[in-house]
Design a protein around this ligand. Sequence first.
Ligand code: MLZ
Length: 459
Amino acid sequence: TSRPGGVKGFDWGPYLSSTSSDAASVSCFKHCPMSDNWLNITVGMKVEIQNHECDLPEHAYWIATVIKIAGYKSLMRFEGFGNDTSYDFWMNLCTQDVHPVGWCATIGKPLVPPKSIQHKYLDWKEYLVKRLTGSRTLPSNFYNKVVESISNHRFKKGVNVEVVDKMCVSAMRVATVDEVIGGRLRLQYVDSKEENDDFWCHMRSPLVHPITWSQRSGHKLHAIQEYKNECLNKIITENYHPTDAVPDMFHKVKEPMGDLKFQVGMKLEAIDPLNLSAICVATVMKVLKNNYLMIGIDGSMAQNGSDWFCYHTSSPCIFPVGFCEINGLDLTPPRGYKGQFKWFEYLKQSKSTAAPVKLFDKEIPKHGFKPSHKVEAVDLMEPRLICVATVSKVVGRLLRIHFDGWENEYDQWVDSESPDLYPAGWCEVMNYGLEGPRVKVEPPAPIPPAPKSNKTPDS
Ligand code: MLZ
């Protein structure tokens, strides 16, 4: 029999069932559609779904109950199956195929039970009334809200931004939005010599900024002089071009409290922007305007500063000296460091001071992520890819993301409020290809020698 819920590409349903895993709740992802309303979406809620197991010439529907919720995906069971799990199916709650109870009545579609259970009750109407009394369903405009919230922003094709240069992370470049999918921008660098030199980045990513941002912050910018001159003019006049991304299209960053400030040379711990699986010994290399810092990873800095990286002082990806030790995490010592790394000795040897703990943002939002939760995560080393992943560690607000099927070297540390994490089923809602877990191709097993048998055939 054909069931509802067929999916192109990687299908979360069977994977979640066969690995008996839980997925992080949509309410963990503030930047995703329906995140704010998700607590109203509960197990036991009833919906109307097309019933393929029916001989009517027109489309028929039937009532299903939400049995389990995993991100946007929901395990469903048609009414009448009782405790029989054999016909359960997964659907994406944010697609057009899931309707609130009452939808069929409103538009005159028939509600018909699947053929295989038709014999179970004589009076299905009475049965349904009993089952539906006191039950919850989706709000009637649910799907419209999903669609609305997807395009509820001002980033459109043709808008220009300043974004990190993927070939040189210490500099910004100007880029044009070429495509927007679920708040993710496909950017083309304007001065690129190559075709298809694109870069994917969420509109809420700390890597992307409005026009004039680099000059206002004192950040290095790879752009032609004419652009830089235009920006200086825009900074004075506040006359932006209609295609310029402007500051109020971006989320505000937190301003630090107190007058204590980061100073050049101060030591800290930071996620290595070029190897996101490592938290490293790092140094403040430059203090920019508006509370931005250029951070360098000790022991692997290029002479010209081309691998310095910009973090805001409130960034959840920089930590005070001792953070890893306190949390039982591996701190990556400076490359080539001899002997066992001890901060105390290192500070003495390098005649430097630790950035005061007070300077770091210590807020830990109630995010709801737990180890073993499944998510869809951007592979930030190849940000076009969104992959099936697992939260493998939770340290305050920091998450370690493991890509299913890949070695731990591919793991990435990300903040729990990262816009590069999505609920299971997000790619399906956005119609974006999801990279399934890597499946190792086993070499063919050698054919085992035939077992010696002392029985004669047919004995
Ligand atoms: N070209 C890369 C792709 C890695 C993608 C991993 N995503 C979790 C490689 O094969 O190493």
